[in-house]
Design a binder for this molecule. Structure first.
Ligand code: SAH
Length: 581
């Protein structure tokens, strides 16, 4: 447990310090030393050497960081950054801090993010640089505090009330402080014991009288054992019985084995409480003791029944203990180019603590999204160990990690999603069922290849893998046979490899016994990658040596058409929407 006594909000988030020229690197490093661990210096490529991260476009980089909620300290004219971010500004409650700092460190200007602690950041940076911050927020200037944005560990009971309250104080009203909050006590608010107004800091759920502003400190920890559908109702009842405000809950603690409980999940999603897992106990009182030592605890509230609940109250705001629910994303990279990567996939890669995948796909992801960051662990493994890789990913997520398992194309097509499902289905550890698991789809090779030549898969089609690693070759031939007889267009994956040199020839021969030699065939190699090569031919002409393991082969149906593409001498291919024979 650690008490939270930051004087202003937002100051414990790692920031990006963005520099445009070599001359400001030294100032940037001094700023970095004053900011939270994990803050990094971004240097413009070609201009700045020795930065932590090199970027290409200033505008894209800063807007990307801003969108991701990262505080930005830009060593440039404030006008540049204002112009860059102006089109994005929408929600003052959610916007992260943005500051401009003069290249030589002589001026520190908080620009945006007043409700996310920009003034606190400005003070910290200015102190490190030995200058006065250019703070313009009236209440902050006079009283050294932003009531609208209490620091982490405190929430306003009525966020809308603080603005008018501050206006009254600026107008000369006096105020008294009830309860314990270092950030208020250390401010310059005109506190006097008999003040007309009152700022009360309390976890109690009591409506304030007029002229009183209430902040709830996050001092309440709820321990729950046994999960259960009705958990949200029971926790609500327990808090009501204790007279404690919902907003004062710092965290709900539960045993890891309860992670699959739907009621527990709803406490996170519907009630918005951080749920934290600890590897121990079946006793809720022991659970809360991990966050709130017994000596500091008010009398716990007990509710017996299927779900055991303990509620404890610490004297100070508590930080959550244990670990959060783990998250596993099985991410499809698409065929290879960054513009065919889904934003959701990019986001999953950005958020992950661990990247797991076949080495080739890890390298591909690195090229596509310019990551991983130094704090992201990379586990590159050999392609054949799919189930082991899936279990490794699940075991990391079960103890709270955010994990991305990486596949090319779509993860559900001859890739990792099925392996993760299989590992989860067989899981011995119940905590695995409590992992927040999602599949992030990608554009599969067949779609990417089809798009290059028109619409060869415009009607019914099937996708087949010619790999006999995991299924007998007889089955492959039999399926090709049926697909050809059903007159489906086909996308053939894994057509050939060093270990399987002869299978493709047999497969094509089998198709030729059913489909005519004029049937259009597309050979698409490395689609959406630098060495892309796409060729249109026919079933009569195609040879096994025309394909390798980086090729996907599309075979038309009897209705598939081709016609010339004069603009580049190529050929259009399509399967019409109608069907008639
Ligand atoms: N999950 C992947 C497929 C993995 S199987 C997807 O959805 O695309 C591997 C096979 O996919 C390769 O042998 C090849 O046939 C095909 N493939 C994958 N990416 C490709 C690309 N960019 N160009 C051509 N074929 C590709």
């Amino acid at each position: 447990m650690a008490g939270v006594d930051a004087v202003t909000a937002g100051v414990d988030t790692a920031a990006a310090i963005v520099v445009l020229g070599q001359g400001s690197l030294e100032t940037a490093r001094r700023i970095q030393a004053a900011l939270p661990a994990g803050s990094r210096v971004y240097g413009l490529s070609g201009r700045v050497e020795g930065a932590d991260v090199t970027y290409d476009g200033f505008g894209e980089t800063v807007t990307g960081l801003h969108r991701d909620g990262v505080p930005v300290v830009a060593l440039c004219a404030s006008g540049i950054i204002i112009r860059t971010l102006a089109p994005l500004l929408q929600n003052k409650r959610a916007e992260p801090p943005v500051l401009a700092v003069a290249e030589d460190g002589s001026a520190v200007v908080p620009l945006l993010g007043g409700l996310q602690g920009v003034n606190g950041l400005a003070r910290r940076i200015a102190e490190a640089l030995g200058v006065a911050p250019a703070i313009t927020t009236t209440g902050d200037v006079r009283f050294n505090v932003t009531l609208e944005a209490p620091p982490n560990g405190y929430v306003a009971r009525d966020p809308g009330a603080s603005k008018a309250f501050m206006s009254d104080l600026l107008g000369g009203a006096t105020v008294r402080l009830e309860g314990h909050a270092p950030w208020l006590a250390q401010s310059r608010l005109p506190f006097t014991p008999g003040g007309e107004r009152c700022i009360r800091v309390t976890p109690d759920d009591r409506a304030p009288e007029d002229g009183t502003l209430v902040f709830h400190p996050k001092t309440v920890v709820v321990g729950v054992v046994g999960g259960g559908e009705d958990l949200p109702d029971r926790v609500t009842a327990a808090l009501a019985a204790a007279g404690l405000a919902r907003a004062a809950v710092a965290c709900v603690l539960a045993p890891e084995a309860d992670a699959p409980s739907a009621g527990l999940r709803r406490l996170e999603t519907d009630d918005g409480w951080p749920v934290r897992f600890v590897s121990a106990s079946a006793d809720p009182a022991v659970l809360v003791a991990t966050a709130v030592p017994e000596a500091e605890r008010d009398r716990p509230v007990w509710l017996t029944g299927a779900v055991a609940i303990a509620v404890a109250r610490a004297p100070e705001a508590v930080r959550p203990v244990g670990h959060a629910r783990g998250h596993l994303s099985v991410v499809g990279l698409g065929p290879g180019s960054p513009d065919l990567l889904a934003p959701a996939a990019r986001e999953a890669l950005r958020c992950a603590d661990h990247w797991i995948g076949y080495e080739t796909y890890i390298r591909m992801a690195e090229r596509m999204v310019g990551m991983p960051r130094p704090e992201q662990a990379v586990h590159a493994t050999d392609n054949r160990e799919e189930l082991d890789r899936a279990r490794h990913a699940l075991s990391l997520a079960a103890v709270g990690a955010r994990v991305a398992v990486i596949s090319s194309g779509d993860p559900g097509i001859f890739a990792m999603a099925a392996a993760v499902m299989e590992a989860l289905h067989d899981a011995a550890d119940p905590a695995w069922q409590g992992i927040d698991l999602d599949m992030v789809p990608g554009i599969t090779a067949a779609q990417a290849a089809a798009a290059r030549v028109g619409a060869p898969l415009g009607h019914d089609f099937c996708i087949l893998s010619l790999s006999d690693n995991l299924k007998p070759f007889d089955v492959i031939l039999d399926r090709l046979d049926h697909a050809a007889r059903a007159d489906l267009a086909m996308a053939l994956y894994n057509p050939v490899s060093k270990a399987r040199p002869w299978q493709l020839g047999q497969a094509l021969d089998r198709l030729r016994t059913i489909r005519g030699p004029e049937t259009p065939v597309v050979l698409a190699r490395d689609v959406a990658r630098p060495d892309e090569a796409v060729r249109v031919t026919t079933l009569g002409a195609v040879r096994p040596e025309d394909a390798d393991m980086r090729t996907v082969i599309l075979v038309g149906s009897s209705a598939t058409q081709t016609f010339p593409r004069p603009i580049d001498g190529g050929t259009w291919v399509y399967s019409p929407r109608w069907y008639g024979r």
